[in-house]
Design a protein around this ligand. Structure first.
Ligand code: HEC
Length: 136
C-alpha cells in the first residue's frame, strides 16, 4: 500500500456515501427485469437489436452487447446513461428510441460516471450493470 492515508480517506468517503445512501448498487438481475419489460421489443431478448419491433425501425436498434467493443474496450457508462434516461429539453427532436427518465422513480444510488459519483435512478443504475454484464 503506497498511500495508506489516502486509502483510509477514500474508505471513509465510501462509508460516508454508503451511510447516507442506504441503497446499495443493484445487481444485474434487477436491471434484467426492467430490460425484459421495456427494451426487448426493439433490442431483443439477448440485446442484439433483433426484437420483434426492430425490423420496421430506421435506424435499427443498436446491438447492446457490442457497446464496450464499439467504445474501444470500455463500457460507455455516461453515454448509455444519458441516452436511456433521455433529455426532456430535446423531447421535440425526432428519435426512434423512447426516453425512460420520466418512468424512473427517484430512488437514487451513486454511480461512477467518468470518475464522478453521480446520483442515478436505481432502475437506471441496475440497467447499466445489466448492460455491462452482457458485453461480449
Ligand atoms: C421503440 C424501440 C426501442 C426501445 C423500446 C428501446 N430502444 Fe434502445 N434504441 C433503439 C434504437 C432505434 C436505437 C438506435 C439509436 C436511435 O435511437 O436512433 C437505440 C439505441 C440504444 C442505445 C445506444 C445509444 C448509443 O449510445 O448510440 C442504448 C444504450 C439503448 N438503446 C438502450 C435501451 C434500453 C436500456 C432500453 C430499455 C429501457 C431501450 N434501449 C429501449 C430503439 C429502442
Amino acid at each position: 500500500m503506497r498511500h495508506p492515508i489516502l486509502t483510509a480517506t477514500a474508505m471513509i468517503a465510501v462509508l460516508a456515501v454508503a451511510g447516507c445512501m442506504p441503497a446499495s448498487m443493484p445487481e444485474p438481475d434487477e436491471g434484467a427485469s426492467f430490460f425484459a419489460a421495456n427494451c426487448t421489443a426493439c433490442h431483443g431478448v439477448t440485446g442484439r437489436g433483433d426484437g420483434p419491433a426492430a425490423a420496421g425501425l430506421n435506424p435499427r436498434p443498436t446491438n447492446l452487447t457490442l457497446l464496450t467493443a464499439d467504445n474501444g474496450g470500455t463500457f460507455p457508462t455516461a453515454r448509455a446513461l444519458a441516452y436511456v434516461y433521455g433529455d426532456a429539453q430535446q423531447a421535440h427532436l425526432a428519435r426512434v428510441m423512447p426516453q425512460f427518465g420520466g418512468a424512473m422513480a427517484d430512488d437514487l444510488v451513486p454511480v461512477e460516471v467518468d470518475g464522478v459519483m453521480t446520483p442515478t435512478p436505481r432502475v437506471l443504475a441496475a440497467l447499466l450493470v445489466y448492460l455491462e454484464s452482457i458485453q461480449q
